[in-house]
Design a protein around this ligand. Sequence first.
Ligand code: BGC
Length: 933
Amino acid sequence: MKNSWIWGGFLVVILVGNLLAAVTPQQLRCEYRINPLGVDVIRPRLSWILTSDDPAARGIVQQAYQVLAASSRDALAKDEGNFWDSGRVESSQTLHIEYNGTPLKSGEDVFWKVKVWSTALVDIRDSKEEVASAWSEPAMWSMGLLKQTDRKAQWISDGLPCTELLPGVWTRPTTHLRREFTLDKPITRATVLVSGLGMYEFNLNGRRLGEQQLAPEFTVYKNRIQYNVFDATKQLQQGANAVGAMVGDSWYNNRLIFAPPPPERPFEGRRGFYMELEIVYADGQKQHILSDTDWTWTTEGPIRSNNIYDGEMYDARKELTGWADAGYDDSGWKPAVKGEFPGTALVWQRNEPISIVEERKPVSVHSPEPGVYQFDMGQNMVGWCRVRVNGAGGQAINIRHAEMLNDKGRIYTDNLRGAKQLNIYVKRSDGPEEYEPRFTYQGFRYVEVSGVTGEMTLADLTGKVVYSAARRTGWFECSNALVNQLMSNIFWTQRANMYGMPTDCPQRDERTGWMGDIQAFAQTAMFNMDMAPFMSKWLMDVRDSQADDGRFPDMAPTPADTNKGFSSVPAWGDAGVFVPWDVYVNYADLRLIKEHFPAMQKWVDFIHEQNPDHIWRKSRGNDYNDWLNGDTLIAEGWPRKGGMVPQEVFGTAFYARSTQRVAQFAAILGRHELEKIYRQRHKDICEAFMKTFVDAEGVIQGNTQAGYALALAFDILPEDRQAKAAEHMVECLKPYNGHLSTGIQSTHRFMQELTRRGYHEQAGQLLLLDTFPSWGHTIREGATTIWERWDGYLTGRGFQHPGMNSFNHWALGAVGEWIWRHLAGINPDEAHPGFTQFVLQPRPIKGVDWAKGCFECVRGRIVSDWKRENGTFTYTVEVPANTTATVILPQARLENVRENNKLLTQSFGISQCEQAGYDVHCQVVSGTYTFQW
Ligand code: BGC
């Protein structure tokens, strides 16, 4: 750590002791998760953040850390690191510290804590006096299956095939499996590892275990299936116990777009269940209860059919009361058979499970006809509903879900295509009963309940908001109501499309991990939520879905055989390179990059082999291009030509960027020979692009908004051609009367490039437009989520074609990145991944007088909060401990800027202050600052 700072040319070095703020390591994480159970990583990585109890503290830097890891809570409390005592390690690193102690075994518990030594600035003096923190609160993780040969149990099954109920609908009643056992001694600890094929619900002594819904999530099942681990100590008892699992259908063995029907799926649609329950007795002895052929099964339970698209059919008359309790009479059940699912690894569910994150009450209900009630949730949302319904025993009640209403004010379901989104509940007996589905999910704002007796009120329905429960990290607010609504729409759309994979939509018969969509949305997603665990899981799916020759899939996990098709598409396949780049920039995850690098290399090499002249002409798969660009809009007076960028321009632009990223990754990994090769190839591609597509006037073939936006965003054009290209790009707004003609791959890039190339006010105007087509226009039409198409619904014209018209697609919401970067002013710095250093640069626009962004990056909380009032600009920032930021103050004169009522150049923690054109630049160390000018 440098112990000197330069202010206005003066060197000030004063040592101070004892006045330093107390720093505490918090948010202890193992492989990104807090107290995870079942980790299957041999050397898990540990992380924490530093917080200070003194709001005035600045320049906190970790100088060293010590980690203790122990086999028990007691040992840790006594400061015994019997697994690992790192000793004092001189390092400012708080992320991805590899466990480096005694080799860990499958199933082992590890308790850990950390202590840090840090320095801070005090007043305008710089202290190198170190302060030791107290030990952090203890945290823990448990190891899961480190080797497949450590598996103790076997897959069990009912041995039945799936049946085709209706053409293309493969399902059957869920399978219940159970077993009883007796424990004759007091127990101190029990953990259970479970998995299913397809979705399971696991019960222990009659109570469901775990928060996870719809587990195991979608993976390339023939390669790996996720398991979950739970602490079962409290639910077990001395004496008789019972375990019970209900297994339904899922992405695994039911109808899924682009997937062959179950008979051609890897395991022919069979169901399976896997469990290892480990019990540790007070006397130290261990016992295992496993899934084996001692279990029994039945399919005579209440869930008669289920799948993710169509809903669930639940016959409450068939409920098996007490089936997961000890003492239940299962004499009619059959013995379980051994399941054969060869070659499939059981892996830890490293991403946050799909969970119920929020409950919502409807905002209105009315009865359009007798026995029918229509609820409005006031928000397009995803998950399901719990309903209380009245009627006679055996009465069937239909619960249907839709995003929109038709012109008669009833639910509009045409855009769901083949997905029914219908739950059917058959009443157990007379009187009110409650029901909530288990093995399905729905995208909806409106719910229609029909077939009920008596009146339904708002109290009778509760919406459950369900998604991969990644931690929220971003909060944004500004003076403009439209922008706030847009940010809300983006956030809700993100919630809607995180289902163990980044999906395209949550309602129609699709809901798959379309790569092109998340490729556009990834950085926005990473501002809103901590996406690291989710992406670490999903990038495995991407690798598992890659074709043998290197083609990345269109969707991951792929439902199709990518050797045959659904692979190799520009922008979709490139997500296999772009998303890891965003993960690297935001989370500095080098291990992941190392794992993923060979796959990325194979991808760009494949394109190169197919296209040795550097223009991506061949092997572009289904070539979706700049999907849903301006040419696809249907509105009076709207041009139907001129928006779509030529296919080869589009493909080559993405190919150039992917190759450049591979070169950068090679450099980051120290693979300098490879770096050279890819740098040269990148240069060749850019040159070929220029030669083939750009004329002497700088016009890019097609002369589209999108073409310029992509070429500029991907830094393909030589410096002296960029300004001209930007001019052409702005010109291209004219035929559209100042509106966008861009599709899902170029819209946010167009906005970014306007700002980057000196047309920030134009970008601001586009953001705030509310004429067609624009974000504001969809909001005027009532959108509470991001629409798939700008013209999903137009007053006067009505709905777009129902074959492709979702109201919950996130790609056009990638403008969230622009809002975060420029209105909030928070920018990661690619040269300093993982936010060790970042850039704070608010760029006000007309129509927005203040904005406040709060973003919890991997190193702690960043705040950027600005206001323009009566000619004065006030800007408050918070820079987390152990990080630094470049702060850019817009439209400021260095001599006028005050920080905390002092001249900028005299305030502490601030250095390298300079006038740069109309702005003032400076560097700040951690702390809170208020600038005013
Ligand atoms: C999806 C898109 C996807 C596209 C491929 C659509 O059906 O909903 O979001 O990226 O197919 O062009």
